[in-house]
Design a protein around this ligand. Sequence first.
Ligand code: BG6
Length: 291
Amino acid sequence: MTQQEKMIKHKQSINDLRYIEISNMSARAKIALQGAHVFHYERVDEKPLLWLSKKSFFEKGKAIRGGIPVCWPWFGKHPTNSELPQHGFARSSVWELLEAEEIDGHTTKVLLQLQPSAESLQLWPHKFELLLAIIVGRTLTLALTTRNCDTQPFEITAALHSYLAVENIEKVYVEGLADKSFFDKVTGENRTQQGKLTVCQEVDRVYRKVDYPLTLHDQARTLHVDAQGSSTAVVWNPWIEKCVAMADMKDDSYKTMLCIEAANAPGDACMLTPREEHTLTSVISSDQEIL
Ligand code: BG6
């Protein structure tokens, strides 16, 4: 077995869902082909940075609860048809693996592609190419490129919906959002963030004109979410009642996760003309030194 084969393992499967397992000198990651979904990322000698629900479905056609779902070509509810799937179809579609290569002993790159299918054209009648480049190293980088392959312009909204792992939600705070205006999806109001963000109830907010990076202060470490190609950030924690109501979360799951999502949420939608492309990039890192 070559060194490369040891570090990139293909065709593992949970309930028939194929995934790739990556292991290099800096980090380990797991990526499901359904959804191009990074559902595990941990740096060597550090707790996982991404949260994964112990009750997550690993089933065909159902998004994994945790990690980084790719919300595309619309974020949240469909703007005109509430029967269409929340957060689009990319997270529940099977992507094609184009490349998996070691850049060096500390860095591995994976490239996945989604193209139109009969099902996608029914949900969203546009020709596109969607690429997700994932770089697993001391930091985790995801770059989602949308290319318009159609003859007409189209508009997308999207998010790299990262679930960050925290020790105790009531003791964390997020810096970088002070004075930013946001749409509060819980109350339906537009508001302005006063100081740092703490979480002691349901939080579901779309922040505008965000200056990345955003910093999540947990008890023993500090996580950063940096982004390019995005001016909106979504922060979400379902809190007690919604968490209990979700079949794929344990009742107390809300205590150990916080989503900070680099997004092109409504208000920051991308209109692409034929052959034009847009890349939404998110970089997740930690301040904890590797031992
Ligand atoms: C967030 C949305 O991004 O995702 C929330 O702002 C939503 O409104 C949450 O509840 C989870 O969505 P889903 O479809 O994965 O349950």
